[in-house]
Design a protein around this ligand. Structure first.
Ligand code: SF4
Length: 378
């Protein structure tokens, strides 16, 4: 069994971004206290997997985990270390938002063993940040990055969002210039998705903001990959770039079939074989459930052989290194190039996939249209 990853969801933010549909709410210290206690209880009483597992990644995601105090994070780290066999060289990531950390808090986070920071820069344009309802400015981003370096963080990731309403290619190129100039070890980038029910969706519907232009967004993706390659970044996953050796070890588990266990509201888990389960999404219900010593699971699914095969293709192909069809055949007894001959030929013809020996990979154009490719395997 591959080493497992641990995900801990921290569902608090300083304010609500206009596009957000994650399971998060506004930070309140009393609620955060109860929530941390509940996650500690969930980990201590967790029986989904019985044996002591080796864990080599821990990921505090959210939300904005950096809103928790070092003492609260220590409680969570201690409970993980008590329940699991954490490798000494584990990658321990914390998501944070610019403007939510100080030299003292970062020093305390380092003391706890947090050695990787991932933060939501999103854009280097103050007007765009304001339109997104982000609670930080570009100056906060730059200062937070400096503070991370001064605190000794040598593995830092930024998130950037492309395809914002009204965003031009020139603005996006300026963003990229700023991001690459800071030289983070890792970059995640997303094309803006407008989710029903978010303030952004309402603004667009009411004509207060323009509808994002998909063709411009596609061009932004292409430009980003070109600039990234020129700057020495590897495009290792559809939405992720890194300097050599700095792939996110934790997130790679999601795409390579490794086990991961999620704690806290809305957290998902996979046993590395054939079972996926998920916790209650609603924060208040999650806390109330754990406080009465009940299980917060709301989904528990056994994967069929077909599910496992489909996942191995569409998760594996998210990695730009691709899927070895020979290994796939050994594992599942199916030759992809025979079973999906027509689809593969069409995609190859359209320039969306390519074969390198028995390696089946998305092309850059395919990475942008990956959902269409993956749909053929589901
Ligand atoms: S910081 Fe992230 S999780 Fe929090 S409201 Fe904004 S988009 Fe949502």
């Amino acid at each position: 069994m591959k080493p497992a990853g641990i995900y801990i969801h921290i569902p608090f933010c300083r304010s609500r971004c206009s596009y957000c549909d994650f399971a998060t709410g506004l930070y309140e210290s009393a609620v955060a206290e109860r929530y941390v206690a509940s996650v500690v209880t969930e980990i201590a009483t967790w029986r989904e997997v019985i044996q002591l597992e080796v864990v080599d990644t821990i990921y505090f995601g959210g939300g904005t985990p950096s809103l928790l105090s070092p003492q609260q994070l220590q409680l969570l780290m201690n409970s993980v270390r008590t329940r699991f066999d954490v490798s000494p060289n584990a990658e321990v990531t914390m998501e944070l938002n610019p403007g939510t950390v100080t030299p003292d808090s970062l020093a305390a986070f380092r003391e706890l063993g947090i050695n990787r920071a991932s933060f939501g820069a999103q854009t280097f344009d103050d007007r765009e940040l304001a339109r997104l309802g982000r609670s930080h400015t570009v100056a906060d981003t730059r200062r937070t990055f400096s503070l991370l370096r001064e605190a000794g963080f040598e593995n830092v990731s930024f998130d950037l969002i492309a395809g914002l309403p009204g965003q031009t290619l020139e603005q996006w190129e300026r963003n990229l210039g700023e991001a690459f100039a800071l030289r983070p070890e890792h970059l995640s980038f997303y094309l803006l998705e407008v989710h029903e029910g978010t303030p952004l969706a309402t603004h667009i519907k009411n004509g207060l903001q323009p509808t994002p232009d998909e063709d411009v967004a596609a061009e932004m993706y292409r430009v980003m990959l070109e600039r990234a390659a020129a700057a020495g970044y590897e495009h290792y996953e559809i939405s992720n770039l890194c300097l050599p050796g700095f792939e996110s070890r934790h997130n790679s588990k999601y795409w390579t079939g490794a086990p991961y266990y999620g704690f806290g509201c809305s957290a998902h888990s996979f046993d590395g074989e054939s079972r996926r389960w998920a916790n209650e999404r609603d924060l208040a219900k999650y806390v109330a459930t754990v406080e009465r010593n009940a299980s917060p699971l709301v989904e528990d699914r056994r994967l069929t052989e077909d599910d496992r095969r489909a996942e191995a293709v569409f998760l594996g192909m998210r990695m730009m290194a691709g899927v070895r069809t020979g290994e796939f055949k050994e594992l599942f007894g199916v030759d992809l190039s025979v079973a999906h001959a027509d689809d593969l030929e069409n995609f190859q013809h359209a320039g969306l996939i390519e074969f390198d020996g028995d390696l089946l990979k998305l092309t850059r154009a395919g990475a942008l249209l990956s959902n269409e490719v993956f749909a053929a395997f589901v």
